[in-house]
Write a protein that binds this ligand. Structure first.
Ligand code: SAM
Ligand code: SF4
Length: 312
């Protein structure tokens, strides 16, 4: 269905949990997300019912995210249920990749179409630093497991962090040259812990790699061809190139709040609703989606939650 600004809303980002096995400095506090009583978090059945009602309103693509979705018990069941929903054409999952050695094959069998794997550095020492707890080998093994399980079109999410990974931009672009991967450079958003990290505009990618050839826009990304390469590069620029006019998404948090816009404090509670009442609440959320966010003007997000609590 269309929102109040005549945008067709076809994409649901559904958070399976706000918990995570890593502690990325720009996303999570050192002590991790506070554990909440199970009763406050949607069950797997509630999450798939939300997706079912959203699909009835025209949602065609669902992305499972978090926190780290692969730490959620029942994640494979959730994926299987959503993949089987009428109307859902694409089921994607965003992960830090560390648990893919165990989960890639079951996720593929459950009907997950495509994966986004987050990786902000290719250097083991930097990875250990930025994630506070992680080992980069697990992500590399996860990417191999994804390919072995039959996943194609995997995207690599790289948050641009000033003073941390700008010198690795050419190495990431080289990955897109050598492998059939889309490397997506994401501008850091001033949300939660992100306000303390260093912002680097996506234009730094074009300065570091002037050979990239513009190839149009796709969803939230401006896309670039890598001459002679197998993959592609995407720039996601919520601050320097606001893409609100192309926004086609809504979000639902693991505790069952519909957020029509990532950067607005507006939340519509969905828990306790079912059938037509649930569908009506989602319809109302879509209709009231704000036309745009005000990150560049205000310098901070109005989300009222951290990224892991929303579903990045
Ligand atoms: N744990 C999974 C992962 O890391 O891919 C999924 C959730 S994570 C919140 C989703 C994406 O949001 C990751 O690519 C992460 O790097 C990104 N992210 C987290 N905080 C961010 C921020 N302040 N600005 C921009 N991207 C952010
Ligand atoms: Fe966890 Fe993803 Fe946040 Fe890193 S970015 S702490 S992996 S939720």
């Amino acid at each position: 269905m269309q929102d109040g600004s005549a945008r067709e809303i076809t994409y649901l980002r559904l958070s399976a949990t706000s918990l995570c096995n890593l502690r990325c400095r720009y996303c999570m506090p050192a002590e991790g997300a506070p554990e909440r009583p199970c009763a406050e978090i949607c069950t797997i059945g509630e999450l798939s019912e939300i997706a079912r009602q959203a699909a009835a309103l025209g949602i065609r693509k669902v992305r499972i995210t978090g926190g780290e979705p692969l730490v959620r018990r029942g994640i494979v069941t959730l994926c299987r249920d959503i993949a089987a929903l009428e109307g859902v054409e694409e089921l994607c999952l965003t992960t830090n990749g560390t648990a893919l050695p165990q989960f890639a094959a079951p996720l593929r069998a459950a009907g997950v179409t495509r994966l986004n794997v987050s990786l902000d550095t290719l250097r083991p020492d930097r990875f250990a630093h930025i994630t506070r707890t992680g080992r980069i080998e697990q992500v590399f093994e996860g990417l191999q497991a994804a390919a072995a399980a039959g996943f194609t079109g995997t995207k690599l999410n790289v948050v641009l962090l000033k003073g941390f990974n700008e010198d690795e931009i050419p190495a990431f672009v080289d990955l897109a040259r050598r492998y059939p991967l889309e490397v997506r450079f994401i501008e850091l958003m001033p949300i939660g812990e992100g306000v303390h990290a260093g912002f680097l505009p996506a234009s730094a990618v074009l300065e570091a790699c002037p050979e990239l050839e513009a190839a149009g826009a796709s969803g939230s990304a401006r896309r670039y061809r890598v001459p002679g390469g197998m993959g592609a590069v995407g720039l996601i620029e919520p601050l320097s190139h606001r893409f609100c006019h192309r926004c086609d998404r809504i979000r639902v948090t693991a505790d069952g709040k519909l957020k029509p816009c990532l950067h607005s404090g507006q939340e519509i509670p969905l828990r306790g609703l079912s059938g037509g009442a649930l569908r009506d609440a989602i319809r109302m959320g879509i209709a009231s989606k704000p036309p745009r966010h005000f990150l560049p003007e205000e310098g901070h997000s109005g989300a009222g939650r951290t990224m892991n609590q929303i579903g990045g």
